[in-house]
Design a protein. Structure first.
Length: 288
């Protein structure tokens, strides 16, 4: 196959039944599309089938409309829902942040160096502290301070900004505010949060100090989609590292922040590469 043709991504899910892989791969072969990678999973708990394919389109011509039109009757037989993602698509991501900058710095570095195939049209914060960092990356920074009196108004303004910038994914890069239920519902499956994995044992302020006082032997981070259950949304990625009695709270914090950075990066990368499928309150992540 021609190396100049970049792979497209095909994702689909449907009820579990015989022939799900065949209906997709046979269609690809008949249309002259070369399958480079195929990952699938049959979820026995939900009785649904999930598949992700990277393919190089027929060099003689490719049309999304023609692909969908010809595949639709085959997919209908399996009640299959599918999506095509073009190689050049750059997911438009809004980053929400408060004062901690480690996750924001990491995401912007990976954005700038091309490790994340995204566009970042805006950064929103409830504090002004990181405006200079955003300015250095030439990204608009919106300071929306939150209080009990202004929360509803500021969240509405946030939604207007997301809509105005055609945002596809919201990343809460240590945004230390609890989103209202209506906003969580609006962003379901479209917003990723990161937090330390010491929860639910060490809630509230100074969790690493609390953990140190209990002599924890492991720290970590969890990245998940948000929902109305605080810090309990469908998990996308997690990371852990062993620690010991020789590490003091400051060292635990540093290790925790390192894990938060890489875990959030992995979650965002899985999402934009269309590797994550929601299955109830669980996720199916089709990754190597």
């Amino acid at each position: 196959m021609s190396e100049n043709l970049k792979p497209w991504i095909f994702t689909a899910n449907c009820p579990s039944t015989i022939g799900t892989v065949d209906v997709v791969t046979r269609y690809m072969a008949q249309m002259g599309h070369y399958v480079e990678e195929i990952l699938s999973f049959d979820d026995k708990a939900s009785q649904r089938f999930f598949i992700r394919i990277e393919f190089r389109p027929n060099p003689d011509g490719f049309s999304v409309e023609e692909f969908n039109l010809a595949f639709a009757p085959r997919a209908e037989t399996f009640a299959m829902q599918w999506q095509l993602t073009e190689p050049e698509h750059r997911t438009r991501v809004a980053i929400l942040v408060s004062k901690y900058d480690h996750c924001l710095n990491d995401l912007l570095y990976r954005y700038r160096t091309g490790q994340l195939n995204i566009e970042v049209p805006l950064i929103i914060s409830n504090h002004p502290d990181l405006e200079e960092l955003a300015a250095w990356h030439q990204i608009p920074y919106y300071h929306l301070p939150i209080s009990r009196e202004t929360k509803a108004q500021q969240e509405q303004q946030m939604v207007e900004l997301l809509d105005a910038h055609d945002v596809e994914l919201v990343v809460l890069a240590r945004y230390m505010q609890v989103l209202s239920p209506w906003l969580c519902e609006k962003l379901e499956g479209k917003a990723i949060n990161i937090h330390h994995s010491l929860l639910p044992g060490f809630k509230g302020a100074r969790p690493y100090h609390q953990a140190w006082e209990k002599g924890v032997k492991m720290v970590g981070a969890t990245a998940h989609y948000i929902n109305n259950d605080l810090d309990e949304g469908p998990i996308i990625a997690q990371g852990i590292q062993e620690v010991g009695h020789a590490q003091y709270p400051e060292e635990l914090i540093a290790k925790g922040q390192d894990i938060e950075r890489i875990t959030l990066f992995n979650a965002v990368k899985h999402h934009i590469e269309k590797r994550v499928f929601l299955s109830g309150n669980r996720t199916i992540v089709l990754s190597h």
